[in-house]
Design a protein around this ligand. Structure first.
Ligand SMILES: C[S@@+](CC[C@H](N)C(=O)[O-])C[C@H]1O[C@@H](n2cnc3c(N)ncnc32)[C@H](O)[C@@H]1O
Length: 225
């Protein structure tokens, strides 16, 4: 929770629409943004093209659960483990999973990034997806009060905003099947750094996707092999 006095209208109403679904939101979670719908559609398209019987997906930082909900809405055959470090965010996600009857397809796990997956998950997932916190120190200070009313833990990611993106890209390869992929949403000025991070970690076919304003906001990299 935040000490900011500004209250976003979505928190007042207790809801927001994401991919046509009216989900519960409150001060425990980030308000889902329309640009995150692009991340969901990109991941679903790749999974469909791979034409596997079903996809095992790990979502890091699920917040209200919208990415996992969006993916299970678009993909018939997928199983998602959706994580968050915040137990109170997971309570909101749990409510939304129940509302949309997705509890059989999405498992919620309390985890600090990959901490709950250190054993038994090597080469397990087809995909890792995340809209992690990615706001830099300088940008966080400039955010307007309505954005600062959202949980700091959902936004702030260290000096350059790269703290979690670095962990995801350097730690994710181990958990993926060969040819599996990581897809992340990034800040407006982070795509080059993120693409380099994928290269350094031996990912291939690194692809970026622009938002409607022309910024590269989704980056995908495939595990070599
Ligand atoms: C930008 S929000 C994304 C929320 C939601 N997936 C969405 O797209 O609307 C980032 C989420 O990551 C979670 N988070 C922050 N640090 C984390 C960590 N170390 N491990 C796992 N989740 C974390 C936050 O609690 C928050 O829910």
């Amino acid at each position: 929770m935040s000490s900011s006095s500004a209250v976003p209208v979505q928190y007042e109403r207790g809801k927001e629409v994401f991919m046509g679904m009216q989900v519960k939101v409150d001060e425990r979670v980030l308000i889902p943004r329309p640009e995150t719908e692009q991340l969901v559609r990109i991941v679903a398209d790749i999974c469909k093209k791979k034409n596997k019987k079903y996809s095992k997906i790990l979502e890091l930082g699920t917040g209200s659960g919208v990415i996992a909900l969006g993916l299970t809405g678009l993909l018939d055959n997928c199983e998602i483990i959706a994580t968050d470090i915040s137990e109170s965010a997971l309570e909101v996600a749990r409510y939304n999973l129940k509302k949309f009857e997705r509890e059989d397809k999405i498992k919620l796990v309390l985890s600090d990034m990959f901490s709950s997956f250190s054993q038994g998950y090597d080469g397990f997932f087809d995909s890792i997806v995340s809209n992690p916190p990615y706001v830099s120190k300088k940008d966080y200070e400039k955010l307007d009060p309505w954005v600062k009313a959202e949980p700091r833990i959902a936004l702030f990611a260290g000096e350059e905003g790269m703290d979690y993106l670095n962990v995801i890209i350097s730690g994710g390869g181990k958990l993926l099947i060969p040819g599996g992929f990581i897809a992340v949403e990034v800040g407006y000025d982070q795509s080059e750094k993120v693409k380099n991070k994928f290269i350094i970690n031996d990912f291939i076919n690194i692809t970026s996707f622009k938002d409607s304003a022309g910024y590269e906001r989704v980056i995908v990299g495939y595990k070599n092999g």
